[in-house]
Design a protein around this ligand. Structure first.
Ligand SMILES: [Fe+2]
Ligand SMILES: [Fe+2]
Length: 465
């Protein structure tokens, strides 16, 4: 079997989405549709050759030939579209056997479109499939999650991806010396704030997404979400939360001038490189100072950019003479920043710390580097078992903490993604709720202990993404 190539698999999914998108807008024989079908077929033929290609939806993810496809910011809207369309007609699996002709693909597209308009979508599709030789379809397996939950998840996912796109845009614009669109930034962060106020758990869950290729963008978004959530927990009003979110998004903006080879360096920095890296707080502050007229908002962005590597006890960098206390936003952002940085891989070769380890490292810094009160609130927020922790259950199953229990009384009973079953076999994403009880009324599963994922050779990102 050919080695699996993830980037080609992503392109394949994207081009399938484009086939359906164009066919929804144009006549099936319109050039735009014909071209997108050709494009899809050329990827299929060129890279998968005569191999069978299976595209499957399991839970919230696409799998191609049993490989989970990670979400990528550039394709995320097309993936969402494809996921929605396939779910709508109950299409869970598509298998392409060997050589697919243009007509097969054209007929499949027609079948999918007419299924979308039918009362009985999957059977309509099955009927259309009689004409098509080398393609097989299977019905979507029932997912346990109910519709409203899924819908909510989609919304959260979209917020997260638009925030990543925003952060990418702002960084690149400023790097090119262009003006960044602060209005848009305000709007996007406004949505983040609204969603945190409504229900923080899902958005916090999204911050387990770390991407080493685009580390700085994702990191800025994660720090922004975690900061807003922490700010909300300590009762900051909405307007302050928006400012805090923006300040956190821009906290590392001074890094735009550091060459990527330095930022993504897998080995330790040289003295000279350290000197450059340590300049990013001043550079960030200067950049923001020149960005727009000085008003209250600008000031609330500048201070954390300057102070986020200063410690609670005023050690850290840049070195300052003042004896004043650090700004509240700076203290919040410092906590979110350290947590996200420690739990991220940052560079390909580095192994990230487990959330639990990161929190205990931060505990050691309480009162010295980090504000002790804020840290307590933060630890409470990310949970006794932070999202992403590897846990062993009393059923001998191993799982990853997927979502905190919204009821604070049962904080030790989160929802867990089972990755190894009780007989030690690896299993694919099944989420269980530790609140579930058996017929006698006792809990079906309970966490026995947490484990270090690195010891078990488990790559958290692989499961959570
Ligand atoms: Fe920084
Ligand atoms: Fe940072």
């Amino acid at each position: 079997m050919m080695e699996f190539n993830e980037s080609i698999a992503k392109e394949l999914l994207n081009s399938l989405a484009l086939v359906l998108k164009t066919a929804q807008i144009h006549h099936i024989d319109n050039m735009a549709v014909t071209n997108s079908i050709e494009k899809f077929l050329s990827i299929l033929r060129g890279h998968f050759q005569s191999e069978e290609v299976k595209i499957e939806i399991i839970g919230d993810y696409f799998y191609i030939n049993d490989n989970r496809i990670r979400y990528t910011s550039e394709y995320i809207f097309n993936y969402d579209f494809l996921m929605r369309e396939m779910r709508r007609i109950k299409l869970g699996t598509l298998i392409f056997h060997g050589d697919i002709s243009f007509d097969d693909m054209r007929n499949l597209t027609i079948g999918i479109l007419s299924a979308g308009l039918s009362e009985d979508p999957f059977n309509t599709l099955m009927n259309a499939m009689k004409e098509i030789e080398n393609v097989e379809v299977m019905e979507l397996k029932k997912v346990k999650e109910d519709e409203t939950r899924l819908e909510k998840k989609e919304i959260i996912k979209r917020t997260y991806s638009s925030t990543v796109l925003l952060s990418k845009d702002v960084f690149n614009k400023l790097k090119a010396g262009e003006r960044a669109n602060l209005k848009k930034a305000k709007r996007v962060i406004g949505t983040v704030v609204d969603q945190i106020i409504e229900d923080e758990t899902m958005l916090i869950g999204m911050t387990t997404i770390k991407d080493y290729d685009e580390y700085t963008y994702y990191h800025s978004v994660n720090v922004s979400i975690l900061s807003v959530a922490l700010g909300h927990r300590i009762g900051l009003p909405k307007k302050a939360l928006s400012r805090l979110g923006l300040a956190a998004l821009f906290h590392d903006i001074g890094k735009i001038d550091i060459p990527l080879e330095v930022l993504n360096k897998p080995t330790d920095f040289t003295e000279e490189e350290w000197r450059i890296v340590k300049e990013h707080p001043q550079n960030g502050a200067t950049l923001l100072l020149n960005l727009r007229t000085i008003d209250e908002l600008t000031i609330s962005l500048i201070i954390p950019a300057f102070e986020h590597h200063l410690n609670y006890d005023l050690t850290g960098y840049p070195s300052i003479r003042s004896r004043l206390e650090l700004d509240l936003f700076s203290r919040i952002i410092a906590i979110a920043d350290q947590y996200d940085a420690m739990t991220s891989a940052r560079v390909y070769s580095r192994v990230p710390m487990s959330p639990e380890m990161a929190l205990s490292t931060m505990m050691e810094r309480s009162g010295k580097q980090l504000d002790p009160t804020l840290l307590k609130v933060f630890i409470n927020m990310v949970g006794v078992y932070p999202i992403g922790s590897l846990v062993m259950l009393d059923t001998k199953e191993l799982g990853l903490v997927f979502e905190n229990n919204p009821n604070p009384e049962f904080i030790e009973r989160p929802r867990v993604l089972i990755i190894i079953d009780s007989s030690g076999h690896q299993v694919k994403g099944r989420v269980v709720d530790l609140m579930e009880r058996d017929e006698n009324g006792s809990f079906k599963r309970t966490i026995v202990k947490t484990l270090d994922p690195n010891k078990y050779g488990i790559n958290l990102a692989e499961y959570i993404l």
